[in-house]
Design a protein around this ligand. Structure first.
Ligand code: MG
Length: 379
């Protein structure tokens, strides 16, 4: 911790000290239950409570409703989670409806998980968070059936998981400063931007910390001149890269920007599936892969390979999620350059346990599958 950070942390809550302690339980709405032979699938909508209001350039939230999936087959119980993304016309209800429609796919052989993913993808367009939940549950089932942790199954080292950034939502300068100081263990902070006060926010953060920053504009800057001026200003304020400066479908202006910016720009809202990557390679320096956006671990692995083939930097991110989905994404971090996996730190009622924060790195459990188990009543 730098001296500047240390001096101002007195009396503030240290985020990492809260992990795993004082966790409350959230509202659970039971969904559906389906039984067929040795298969049993049940869902619930679980309300995640944010520690503080979460503001991005497109809205403010105090709670998020995620869907939890329990998949039992041949006596093995596995779990999946969806964090529906309203930006892509998803809700907990629409995700749950997709999962109900996917039951015939889950009745088939889960060992052939690649075929199952293709069938889920073909079932309906979109609803990628629901696809991610099912892909997660299927792979958790495969790992548990083999009695190996999923990182072992993928051939990845638990010692090489990346540190995560800690995200600071848009707020008053004072609140953003306090939030930065509440998380001294995180060596890199991610600042949400894309609003009129962006410079004021960055200057405020810079008054209290020298740590490297990354900035996420969430499509908030509407024209390329403004975006260029903001990004190059940020380059001079210790910002390492900027995520999604302008609206997702405006690749032409991102191409213009890429030729002129002093620090890399990363695509987030512009990238979903592997088919998106070739066109993005000329417009961005890297991509942010999220399980909920691409449809799960299998597609995230393919995205990483295709992005590397196009010379792109790789970041893995998240939505507001519990330790279940964060454990899944953490498993893949050895393949990436940056990780932004703090969704479960921003909530105070994590329904899963098994993932441990050591400084700013998640430690994956040496347990089969995803290595996390629910701490809430069965659904
Ligand atoms: Mg982003």
């Amino acid at each position: 911790m730098k001296r500047k950070d240390f001096i101002k942390t007195g009396g503030l809550i240290i985020v990492s000290s809260l992990m795993g302690k004082c966790q409350k339980s959230g509202k659970i709405e039971k969904g559906f239950e389906a039984k067929q032979g040795s298969l049993k699938v049940s869902t619930a909508i679980y309300e995640l409570q944010l520690r503080q209001a979460w503001t991005l350039s497109r809205g403010t939230w105090n709670t998020r409703r995620n869907v939890l999936v329990r998949l039992e087959k041949d006596g093995i119980v596995a779990y999946g989670e969806s964090a529906p993304i309203p930006r892509y016309n998803e809700s907990a209800e629409s995700n749950q409806e997709f999962i109900r429609r996917a039951i015939p796919v889950l009745e088939k052989d889960l060992w052939e998980y690649q075929d199952r993913w293709r069938e889920l993808e073909a079932l309906a367009p979109g609803q990628n968070a629901a696809k991610a939940a099912l892909d997660m549950a299927i792979l958790d089932w495969v790992g548990k059936s083999l009695k190996v942790p999923l990182y072992r199954f993928f051939g990845l080292s638990p010692d090489k998981t990346l540190p995560t950034t800690f995200s600071i939502g848009i707020d008053t300068v004072e609140v953003m400063q306090k939030t930065a100081l509440s998380a001294p263990a995180f060596r890199r902070l991610k600042i949400k931007a894309g609003v009129a006060d962006d410079k004021k926010h960055i200057e405020g953060i810079r008054e209290v910390t020298d740590r490297p920053l990354v900035v996420d504009a969430n499509e908030g800057w509407k024209d390329r001149q403004q975006a260029l001026e903001m990004i190059n200003w940020m380059a001079e304020h210790g910002v390492e890269f900027v995520e999604q400066p302008m609206p997702a479908d405006n690749l032409q202006d991102h191409r213009w920007l890429k030729e002129r910016v002093k620090i890399p720009i990363m695509a987030d809202e512009s990238v979903h599936k592997i088919q998106d990557v070739p066109a993005l390679a000329s417009a961005f320096h890297g991509i942010n892969v999220k399980l909920m956006k691409c449809g799960g671990l299998q597609e995230a692995l393919r995205l990483a390979a295709v992005a590397r083939a196009h010379g792109l930097k790789l970041m893995i991110g998240c939505m507001i999620e519990s330790s279940l989905a964060i454990a899944a994404a953490t498993t893949l971090t050895p393949l990436f350059d940056y990780a932004d996996l703090d969704g479960n730190i921003l909530i105070n009622n994590d329904p899963f346990r098994g993932l441990t924060l050591a400084g700013d790195r998640w430690l994956l459990a040496d347990k089969p599958g995803l290595g996390v188990e629910p701490v809430i009543p069965a659904w």
